[in-house]
Design a protein around this ligand. Sequence first.
Ligand code: SF4
Length: 190
Amino acid sequence: MSFTPEIQEKIEQILAAYPVFQYGFLDVDEIEFKEEVRRICLQECPRYNTSWSCPPAVGTVEECQKRCAAYEKILVFTTLAEVSDVSNMNETLATRKEHEGVVHALCEDLSAQGMGFLALSSDSCALCSHCAWPEGPCRHPEAMLPCIESYGILVTAAAEKLSMDFFYDGRTVVWYGILFLSSDTGKGLV
Ligand code: SF4
């Protein structure tokens, strides 16, 4: 079975039940996987090498790209949160839980529809207070969402392709989610 307009319509009906601000669909080959995004993880992110949802645990960029190539379509979507100052990281990160709830709920709905998917989300996994990486296996592999950038994907480039809105007002937080979709069943969260 291929990714038909009817399948897309069904997904849009699911999305309508959630506080999704904007969304769009891309073909898998429209998203670029870049080593330089991973270099930013290495050089600038304190979560590098601390989580199963981040590099190097997610594998090389090439391995991530190969994993994603097995899917037919990409859903990129955003949720919004309002804070008093986006540069206040504690305040900004506190709004992330609601976004993650939306991503998980979408995943459950897609599973119920028999869709295969691979979900990526903003920032690294925060399900456990201390990640099991590297001492032991992930405690919740079925719920863990790898970080979008960990796959070498520059999500703002995908958002630009879809003419999504950016906010520079210092108060609006934009959270991104990416779902690689397949009409085949049997492809779940990696
Ligand atoms: S579920 Fe826990 S162990 Fe797995 S990636 Fe998230 S924080 Fe780490």
